[in-house]
Structures are given as structure tokens and as C-alpha cells.
Ligand binder design. Structure first.
Ligand SMILES: CC(C)(COP(=O)(O)OP(=O)(O)OC[C@H]1O[C@@H](n2cnc3c(N)ncnc32)[C@H](O)[C@@H]1OP(=O)(O)O)[C@@H](O)C(=O)NCCC(=O)NCCS
Length: 377
């Protein structure tokens, strides 16, 4: 017998406040702050290591703390040999997001702090995860291409080393700076789907690796992190700016979801878009490929006029990654290289002040009815 009154319900949890955080604030009116610092200032002045430190520890590091933190990340980058062996066994065509999820899961076996959820142990695990997610992606990609992984260059920052490990070439200073900025933009975004998945997992007092496996699985989907891969296929299909408006109108008429547009929280623009757009413009000018930005801008204008929807960061991340020379399948994993810092910060916050996350559902099945018993059939 149903004795419950009908509970409040918001499909997709839209607008529902599911917890408190002091890590990040997304302002629906195109603002974003990491622990009280405006993203525009952070993106301009910090590097990824500083931001990861800020997210994990709550304050910006001083020069010595930053140096120590960078060294700790560098010291933890190498993958355990059995993980490398496992990467060699995977089918070459496996999507890098699936490889990443599998790799993070296996890394758990090699972390001596796995089941210690104390604040200190969680910070140690977070540093290992930040260090090794990057290596999982670069090493796995090289292995899938029939190449050997290459040793780290610990004179480079996390962003610089990522570029070096992927390509085997020394990156330009401006490329490292751009990738640092991109990592900063992607590092956290309060209760986005993958972070929320990580927090749900952590809230059962499962470990940080389990939480990051949940997060990797969630990031993959095209409505979330997977959008930056889908966006490049869309931009390639459009090809030139003069085709963009007609393409968009046709897609909207067919009720298609346009990748790189819309957002659950931002309704008057994504705070990260102006920075990413300028990176795309700058990169395009430097390498003589200025055509991406006009395509995106035409799409933005058309979408604004037709549906009142704004672009999100993934629209511009997609061509930027292409200009870097990254294979499209790596677009979402590269997002994870950075977002793992946010996932870990949220797991630490969850474990430090835990309450099981367990919402209700609204039952819409049949009303109570008599059970037919053994005579049925
Ligand atoms: C991000 C996203 C999942 C948010 O979804 P949401 O908050 O549930 O948005 P809603 O479904 O409430 O959207 C409101 C309206 O805009 C439409 N809409 C939202 N995003 C759209 C998009 N990218 N393309 C076309 N229409 C879109 C919806 O169809 C809906 O229209 P309707 O009222 O006529 O039915 C959604 O915008 C989307 O799928 N975007 C594309 C994927 C993407 O870029 N993801 C990365 C996000 S950072």
C-alpha cells in the first residue's frame, strides 16, 4: 500500500543542489571560480600544477611548495610494469577512454594507500592519479600505434611532459603555455556528471580509484566529455564557414543534438569559451590554419538566433586539439588528464565529511495488484 506523498521531482536533477563544496563555483551567468579565484585570472597566470595544488589543498602554493609538488608528480609518473604489459595486451582499436578506465582500475592494485581514506592518504593517491592518468594516455596511445613509450622529461611541466611523451618531440614554449591554460579550464566544474559519479562512488566509502573509474566511464559519453571528440567530426563535416549556417539550420530542423552547444548550468554563455576561442584563433594564426574559428563563430551566431543556445568549451577545444596534432580519439582522454585533479579534490572533500549520496526515485510502475499465485500460466 503506497503511503507516501508525491515527492518533488526534477528530471535529470536539473537545478537540484546535491551537496556542498568549497572547491569550485559555476555561476550560471558565465562565471567560474576555483576556491574563490576567478578562472580568467587563474588561466592567465597559473600553470596546471598550481591549479591542481589549489584544488587538492585549498590554497595556492608558494614557490617552494609548487616546486615540491611538481617533483612529487614527476616522481610518480611512471606506470608499474604490469600495467604496461596489460596495455600491450589490449586490442589496438579499443577507444582510449576505455583504455583509460581499464588502466585506472588496474593502477588501484599498485597503490599502497588504496583503502586508507584519511585526508593525507587521499592526497597522496590524488598526486599519483594526476601523475599516472597522463602517462596512461600517452603510453597507451604509443603502444596502440606500435611504438614504445618514451621516458619522461622532468624538466618540463605536466602539460609540457604530456606533449613530449605523446609525440617524442620537444614542444614549443607557446604550446606548453596553451596546453597549461586548457588543462586549467578543464580542471574542475563543480557537480558535473563525472565528478558527481565520483562523489556518489566515494560516498559509499569506496576508494579514490573506484571513484575515478566511475568518473572515467561517465566522462566518455557525448553529452559530457565525449562532446569534444564529436565536435571535431561535426566541424570536419561542415568544412568551411560559408557552409556552417545552412548545416546548422538543417541539423536543427532534423532535431539533432549539436555537439559543443548547450549547458545544464550556463544559460548566458560558458565562462571558458572566450579563452578557448582566443587559443583557437592564436593557434590558427601561428600555423596558418585560421579557418576553424570562423566556422565556430558562424555556428555560434546561428545557434543563438535559432535556439538561443550558447556554445560550450568543447566546441573550441575540438579544433584546438586538432591543431595540436592530437588524434581525435584522444580529445576526451586529454580532458581527463586535467579533470582527474577535480575528481580527486571532490573525493577528498567527500571522504572528509561523508554522507551517503542516495536519492529517491519517483515510482511510475503499475499500482499495487493481486499476485496471481501458482495457478498462472
Ligand atoms: C549539455 C546538455 C546535455 C545539457 O542538457 P540539458 O540541460 O538537459 O538541456 P535541455 O535538454 O534542457 O535543453 C533545452 C532545450 O535546448 C535544446 N538543446 C540543448 N542542447 C542542444 C544542442 N546541443 N543541440 C540542439 N538542441 C539543444 C534541447 O533539445 C531543448 O529543446 P526543447 O526545449 O525544444 O526540447 C545539452 O545541451 C547537450 O546535449 N549538448 C550537446 C553535448 C555537449 O556539447 N556536451 C558538453 C557539455 S559541456
Amino acid at each position: 500500500m503506497n503511503t507516501e506523498t508525491k515527492p518533488a521531482y526534477s528530471p535529470g536533477l536539473a537545478g537540484v543542489v546535491a551537496g556542498e563544496t568549497s572547491i569550485c563555483w559555476v555561476d550560471p551567468n558565465a562565471g567560474l571560480m576555483y576556491r574563490g579565484y576567478d578562472i580568467h585570472k587563474v588561466a592567465e597566470q597559473a600553470n596546471f600544477e598550481e591549479v591542481a595544488y589549489l584544488l587538492l589543498k585549498g590554497e595556492l602554493p608558494n614557490a617552494q611548495e609548487l616546486m615540491d609538488f611538481g617533483r612529487e608528480i614527476a616522481a610518480n609518473r611512471e606506470l608499474p610494469e604490469p600495467v604496461l604489459d596489460m596495455l600491450r595486451l589490449l586490442p589496438k582499436r579499443m577507444h582510449p577512454m576505455d583504455v583509460l578506465r581499464t588502466g585506472v582500475s588496474m593502477l588501484a592494485a599498485f597503490d599502497p594507500d588504496l583503502n586508507d581514506h584519511s585526508h593525507e592518504a587521499n592526497v597522496r593517491k590524488a598526486i599519483r592519479l594526476i601523475a599516472r592518468v597522463s602517462t596512461l594516455i600517452t603510453d597507451a596511445w604509443r603502444i596502440s600505434q606500435g611504438k614504445d613509450p618514451i621516458a619522461d622529461n622532468n624538466n618540463l611541466t605536466h602539460a609540457g611532459n604530456f606533449l613530449y611523451k605523446l609525440t617524442g618531440k620537444d614542444p614549443e614554449t607557446w604550446q606548453v603555455r596553451m596546453l597549461d591554460t586548457i588543462f586549467i579550464l578543464y580542471a574542475d566544474h563543480e557537480f558535473n556528471a563525472s565528478t558527481f559519479a565520483a562523489r556518489v562512488t566515494a560516498s559509499t566509502l569506496a576508494d579514490m580509484y573506484a571513484a575515478c573509474v566511475s568518473a572515467c566511464g561517465t566522462l566518455k559519453g557525448p553529452l559530457h566529455g565525449g562532446a569534444n571528440e564529436e565536435s571535431i567530426y561535426m566541424l570536419n563535416e561542415i568544412g568551411t564557414a560559408d557552409r556552417a549556417e545552412a548545416w546548422m539550420k538543417d541539423a536543427l530542423a532534423k532535431k539533432k543534438k549539436i555537439m559543443g552547444f548547450g549547458h545544464r548550468v550556463y544559460k548566458s554563455g560558458d565562462s571558458r569559451v572566450p579563452i578557448m576561442r582566443e587559443i583557437a584563433r592564436d593557434y590558427g594564426q601561428r600555423i596558418g590554419k585560421p579557418e576553424w574559428v570562423p566556422i565556430c563563430e558562424t555556428l555560434e551566431k546561428t545557434m543563438e538566433r535559432e535556439k538561443g543556445l550558447c556554445a560550450n568549451v568543447d566546441l573550441y577545444a575540438a579544433p584546438v586539439f586538432t591543431m595540436f596534432g592530437f588524434p581525435s580519439e584522444l580529445n576526451t582522454p586529454i580532458f581527463a588528464v586535467s579533470r582527474v585533479a577535480g575528481w580527486c579534490a571532490h573525493v577528498i572533500e567527500q571522504h572528509d565529511n561523508n554522507r551517503l549520496i542516495r536519492p529517491r526515485s519517483l515510482y511510475v510502475g503499475p499500482a499495487e495488484r493481486p499476485y496471481p499465485g501458482a495457478a498462472r500460466g
